[in-house]
Write a new protein. Structure first.
Lengths: 243, 243
DNA sequence: ACAGGAAACTATGTCCGACATAGTTGTTGA
DNA sequence: TCAACAACTATGTCGGACATAGTTTCCTGT
């Protein structure tokens, strides 16, 4: 495991007083980064961090719990705190909190819709040749898995992630991923039921072609059609679950 | 102010042990709801809540700070905790986590763009007569403040909030508000500098008219134009700040 | 020698008490 | 009337204590 002591101490020499909560997270992020901690590594215990940072254990706990809610770390009684996501001090980790009514889960999809469409449009306009190849490859893979009758959801995620990456703005991918996670955390597909949006898989080929060929309006149109199909499936499924 | 004692006590009779953090927030939300607290009302002090809920002040503080990060309450030393947003016990609060590179803050605006456009489109299609009147009123107010040469940012927020509310999907408002807050938390307008998007204020009249008259394509178009103007302002400002 | 289990250890979860500090309210005196 | 001052209130911060779950060490019996 990486050693956190030497470089961290040196940093703290120059660290100014920690006053706001943001300072706290910032300093903590700097500590983790300087220590060279990677995903999966364990952080020093709270008491140790409190001593190093010169604040009380309460404040360290507050910061760590904040990170936990953001999914940056996982915490377990007795086991310690382990890093679950990359942390860089130059980046701003900002928590968004959504209030979702249980019965209106469909609304998450309504928010996802314009984001996906915009991402597809941007990808068609700005993707590099490398990224276009990537999109086409993911599409081929998705169709192969689909036609083999296997579970295509992971392939579908990879395909869409390739589009998000090609949009040139990583925030689209982050937002959509988190929205999807929110959806999955509440709705889990009933066993045996067909996966939502099954019928849209064949539409992914022309979508990929449109993006690869740089036809932004067409890419937007197909993506919109796909999402509308999925929305219908979701609505029907919800209806069935209720009745 | 609403009285929280009688009904809350009755509820706590049936409340099971609070175990997870989610239970805590859920119970607290139920308490606030049963007490009939409205936005602007003050919550009982932490010690009082701890006594009522049968948990320690630490846990109450944790929950309240969580709410503070979500923007549900505001907290001030000496003044107390006041409700800043509506709370319903049936809702799910889910945290999102975004990593934003400091120099690419402009990208938050790129995400906001399709959401605002979609919200405007939905508002034009689904707004109730009441909501259309509200939008028109907020627009009139905004233009009045603008022409008086005063700070129009609050009025602008109210106007856009009216549109989000009229979209029929509260998630749009929540998302955009949080994105805006993220932006504001990093970028604070330099004193004396013109407010970003100043030139777009007159365009808000035709935007409101389009929504009120139900012309969805036109509403989308004008909203897109407004956001593009703002994006240019932001880009120029960032350029100036760097050089 | 080795497997199984008990015991010690570690680190987070929870609680309590104390004090500091900012904001609010009440009081008093010119 | 109002301004300055004095209590009061409620959150912010800290330290210590114990509980509890998970991990490691070590010891014992076969």
């Amino acid at each position: 495991m990486a050693d956190i002591s030497t470089s961290a101490d040196a940093m703290l020499q120059h660290a100014r007083r920690i006053e706001t909560g943001r300072d706290m997270l910032e300093t903590l992020a700097g500590l983790v980064e300087l220590a060279g901690l990677k995903v999966g590594d364990r952080l020093p215990p709270e008491i140790e961090l409190a001593r190093r940072l010169g604040v009380s254990r309460s404040k360290v706990r507050e910061a760590l719990m904040s990170w936990q809610k953001m999914g940056i770390v996982t915490r377990n009684k007795g086991a310690g705190t382990v890093l679950a996501a990359e942390v860089t001090s130059g980046s701003i980790h900002l928590p968004l909190h959504l209030k979702i009514e249980a019965e209106s889960l469909l609304r998450t999809h309504a928010v996802r819709r314009p984001l996906e469409i915009e991402a597809a449009r941007l990808a068609a306009e700005h993707a590099t040749p490398q990224q276009r190849r990537e999109i086409r490859a993911r599409m081929t893979e998705l169709l192969a898995v689909y036609e083999a009758g296997e579970d295509w959801r992971d392939s579908d995620h990879r395909f869409h992630n390739a589009i998000h990456a090609a949009s040139g703005n990583p925030l689209f991918g982050q937002f959509i991923t988190q929205i999807q996670r929110a959806f999955d955390s509440v709705y889990t597909a009933p066993l045996g039921k067909p996966q939502l949006g099954q019928a849209t898989i064949p539409m992914h080929r022309p979508l990929a072609e449109a993006i690869v060929s740089g036809d932004a309006p067409r890419a937007s149109r197909i993506m919109a059609a796909i999402l509308d199909h999925v929305a219908e499936d979701v609505a029907r499924e919800m209806e069935a679950a209720r009745g």
